[in-house]
Write a protein that binds this ligand. Sequence first.
Ligand code: HEM
Length: 156
Amino acid sequence: MTSELSGRAAHRAEITARAEAEMASMGVDAAFIDLLVETFYGHIRNHPELGPVFEGRLAGRWPDHMVKMKAFWGSVAFKTGAYGGKPVQAHQGVDGMAEHLFLQWLQLFSDTLTEIGASDAAHRWFLASAERIAKSLVLSLFYNPAFDDPRMRSPS
Ligand code: HEM
């Protein structure tokens, strides 16, 4: 049992070490994540459409959100498991949330990566990760399986 546990811990350490090396090769470290998150949410707060949607939910709670988002991206990049939140639930019931906002979110994220001087590899990696997560959030928030029901199809 003990050796099974230490085997698992060693396996996790190996995964984290590999992720850290992959990130380092793209110029990504903890300071990069901090800068990405700080710069991105600075722009989000000033964005004419996204700003009010975030503010409506996060007024007075921004410092906590920033800590959470740094843990989130750190966890995605370095595979540390440091973020233990529930992203789908967090996005439910947000006033003004709409599908088209996700494209604006992704554009702003991409512009931020350019602005902070991310390497091409880092830019591609972070944007691809964000797109994947955005897609799964959009599906969970807006997709209605009833639309796949054959009875919903118009008669041909
Ligand atoms: C239109 C797009 C989006 C909007 C308006 C939005 C808005 C928000 C808001 C208001 C919160 C705070 C929830 C709360 O604490 O009550 C939040 C949390 C969060 N968002 Fe988004 N979000 C968007 C897209 C994304 C995307 C694309 C990602 C990932 C790539 C993401 C990742 C997260 C995470 C990890 C949290 C923290 C969840 C937790 O509490 O553990 N969001 N978002």
